[in-house]
Write a protein that binds this ligand. Structure first.
Ligand code: FAD
Ligand code: DLZ
Ligand code: SF4
Length: 513
């Protein structure tokens, strides 16, 4: 008997197009999929996230077997399960005595280190293949970044538009402009029709996973049921179709809006599917482009949506691999306050945070503006330790894998990389949240009150953040206006702001904010 090639397939590699599966004879290959304790506990993942990944893995294993692959599948409660990728690959090496190990590069530095260690441990050749589900290779990104003082997504995005031909008319962008973001800032209206993302009824396989997660993580973070995620490519495709038909037409206009009780608005809720490998990102973009070409979707929506995927998504991945492992420790402002308990309990008088964190606890989902301008903004202006903020985001969202979560948190949201990714910190007072949402109407605090006992905490913390970090931010041209405004305030007003911020931080420490 010939010695097989061992192909580990990780929990976010659930794609038939995976590079490790190409140009391999099925009869010579042993695929290995592993549910392991180390991956389910290295941060306190939301229970829906664990259930989504394990259920999608089990369905994918079945699909691979149907397609003729030989798959070893190790379940979490298998009595022989060693609990780690390293341990399970070791057991598979003993079982199959493979000729070599072949794997598509993982999405996390931590896992790459584990895999790299295997070569020496087992004295076996290890082939790590590029992940061809992304448009931009590490090398391509590095050469784009080389010599640039600032890495700006917008220029990278144009390269990706040219490369894919998406929304291009010859060499020119469709509609004569690359970016229609200025048209994408409407606050939502309560009487608009709100589409719902596709709900999928759990089948027997998913129900077994839900029982397993309930039994293994009875006190874990997050509401487990009802569980509505798609866990197969087939159902994820249906979710994509539903999004294109019902939500994409208004995606652009209301991209930045927030509304109490409306968890999704016109967002796609496709990130868990794209990141786990159930949907191919380029395919998703082509569908959106087609809807525009068919006249069903306006250009600002199609362009805005495609930009998130071939622009932001590819760009943050490029930054991650360019800057790891140091990037994970970035803390430009030296922020050290611990993450408030209410990030887990949702128990706070601040209605915006209560709403977003409550929704996160229930759905393992929040849309971009909720993440950036509510939970992220508060952590930034309150001076929370960015590493703790990072671990929270990595834990609580079903779409959270480090390559995409870390740059969004450490870079975009916390400016902890000192401005490598964002040109200015996404810090805002309550006024922004009031403009883009209806949360302030249901809040114990008064968004119009700047420094009084009952003032919205965001108002004074915003100024406190700018003043606390003036040495690091004072020269940023995009912040010249707010610093000028501060300098024009009377000494008394400034003192009132700083006192109000100190009061909010004291209340925060006492668990009373
Ligand atoms: P839509 O609004 O419908 O956007 C369409 C798609 O574009 C998404 O499915 C996603 O694939 C992609 N996308 C949009 N924005 C971004 C972005 N900034 N970076 C990368 N891809 C993007 N996204 C993740 O996929 N995983 C994460 O762990 C994650 N962590 C984040 C943490 C913070 C602090 C912030 C501010 C953003 C984070 N994002 C993350 C980006 C973004 O918030 C989510 O991709 C988006 O909310 C997913 O919901 P959706 O599918 O409805 O997105
Ligand atoms: C996030 C996660 C979880 C919760 N569980 C598993 C698992 O049991 N098996 C697995 O292969 N992957 C899991 N993952 C994803 C990994 O932690 C990791 O993010 C990816 O493998 C990318 O490196
Ligand atoms: Fe949030 Fe302030 Fe509005 Fe309350 S008043 S919901 S704390 S922005």
């Amino acid at each position: 008997m010939t010695r097989p090639v061992l192909i580990p397939i990780l929990g976010d590699q659930l794609s038939f197009s995976l590079s490790a599966l190409q140009d391999v004879d099925k009869s010579d290959a042993r695929l290995l999929m592993m549910e392991v304790a180390q991956e389910t506990t290295y941060v306190p993942h939301h229970r829906k996230k664990i259930a989504f990944i394990l259920a999608a893995m089990r369905h994918h294993a079945a699909a691979l077997r149907d397609a003729g692959w030989q798959v070893d599948y190790v379940e979490l409660d298998d009595p022989d399960n060693t609990g780690s990728f390293g341990g399970e690959i070791g057991r598979a090496v003993t079982r199959h005595d493979p000729l070599r190990i072949r794997v598509t590069e993982p999405g996390e530095w931590r896992v790459l280190e584990i895999l790299r260690g295997l070569e020496a441990e087992h004295n076996l050749p290890l082939d790590i293949l590029p992940d061809s589900r992304f448009l931009c290779s590490h090398k391509e990104f590095a050469s784009w970044a080389e010599g640039r003082k600032q890495l700006r997504m917008e220029y990278f995005y144009r390269e990706m538009r040219r490369k894919t031909g998406l929304l291009m008319e010859g060499d020119e962008p469709a509609g004569g402009r690359w970016n229609f973001d200025s048209e994408n800032r409407k606050p939502a209206d309560t009487d608009l029709f709100m589409p719902r993302p596709l709900d999928v009824e759990p089948d027997a396989t998913t129900r077994a996973v839900l029982e397993l997660v309930e039994a293994r993580f009875p006190d874990g973070f997050g509401t487990l049921t009802p569980f509505r995620f798609a866990v197969t490519t087939e159902d994820a495709e249906k979710a994509l179709e539903r999004f294109i038909d019902e939500a994409l037409p208004r995606f652009g206009d209301y991209q930045d809006a927030m509304l109490t009780g409306e968890k999704y608005l016109y967002h796609s809720v496709l990130s868990p599917y794209i990141n786990a490998g159930l949907l191919d990102p380029l395919h998703v973009c082509r569908k959106a482009e087609q809807a525009f070409l068919d006249g069903d979707v306006p250009l600002n929506s199609a362009e805005g949506f495609i930009r998130q995927i071939i622009g932001w998504r590819e760009y943050v991945r490029g930054i991650y691999w360019l800057k790891m492992p140091d990037y994970a420790g970035a803390n430009h402002f030296g922020a050290s306050r611990p993450l408030p308990d209410f990030y887990w309990s949702a128990e706070t008088k601040m209605a915006c945070l209560r709403e977003v964190i409550g929704q996160t606890r229930d759905e393992a989902y929040a849309h971009h503006i909720q993440r950036l301008m509510v939970t992220g903004n508060f952590a930034l202006i309150a001076g929370i330790d960015p590493h703790q903020v990072h671990e929270w985001y990595l834990s609580v969202y079903a779409d959270a894998f480090e390559w995409v979560e870390l740059p969004n948190t450490v870079g975009m949201s916390q400016f902890a990389d000192g401005g490598l990714l964002a040109s200015k910190p996404y810090a805002a007072s309550g006024n922004y949240i009031n403009k883009m949402s209806d949360h302030c109407r249901n809040c114990a605090y008064d968004v119009k009150d700047r420094t009084g006992e009952n003032a919205c905490p965001f108002n004074a913390l915003y100024w406190d953040f700018l003043i606390r970090n003036r040495e690091k931010l004072g020269a940023n041209p995009r912040l010249a206006q707010p610093y000028r405004t501060w300098d024009r305030m009377s000494a008394e007003t400034r003192k009132d702001y700083l006192n109000a911020a100190a009061r909010s931080l004291k209340r925060l420490e006492a668990g009373k904010l």
